[in-house]
Design a protein around this ligand. Structure first.
Ligand code: ADP
Length: 161
């Protein structure tokens, strides 16, 4: 059985992430979306909120599961019995960083490989950071994230107010 993990912060999940999840779910028998708990960044959404949002968005995809994780990504991959780590490449700027991480991961655990998917053109510019920034100015973000995610972002921003 081919198993891959798709790790990230997902703070919050965007249509870009969702597009990648759908495409990766067609390439592997099983895909585990790994939501990183101890990110060095202070997230807008708690780990539970981030996991719940992805679960809600992928409920119709049978071979995808969402799990939280701490520690090294390669160890999470082994825990999931995964052979591959899926990451998205949006632009050249992602490349250098992703390549060094992938090479480090291969040195740490040589039996885990990284698989990069080029992001769909319509989402190539999209990041969680940009979505939060746009939302903070009261702009409509429904083109970037599902409706329930947009509502959750707006609520957070109003609370922070
Ligand atoms: P991280 O903090 O690990 O970069 P992110 O949640 O920002 O986590 O991203 C997780 C993964 O999703 C990364 O591989 C990233 O390249 C990919 N990704 C982010 N935004 C998009 C997008 N718009 N389209 C496709 N993939 C994306």
């Amino acid at each position: 059985m081919s198993i891959a993990i798709y790790p990230g912060s997902f703070d919050p999940m965007t249509y870009g992430h969702l597009d990648l999840i759908k495409r990766a779910s067609l390439l592997f028998d099983k895909l585990v979306v790994g939501v990183l708990v101890n990110s060095s960044k202070t997230p807008l959404f708690s780990i539970e909120e981030r996991v719940n949002m992805i679960e809600r968005a992928i409920s119709d995809i049978p071979n995808v599961e969402v799990r939280r994780f701490t520690g090294l990504t390669v160890d999470f991959a082994l825990e999931c019995n995964a052979q591959a780590i899926v990451r998205g490449l949006r632009a050249v700027t992602d490349y250098e960083y992703e390549l060094s991480i992938a090479q480090t991961n291969r040195v740490l655990r040589h039996n885990i490989d990284s698989v990069f998917l080029a992001t769909s053109l319509e989402y190539a510019y999209l990041s969680s950071t940009v979505v939060k920034e746009v939302a903070s100015y009261g702009e409509d973000i429904s083109r970037f994230v599902p409706g329930f995610v947009a509502d959750a972002i707006m609520q957070k921003i109003q609370k922070k107010g």
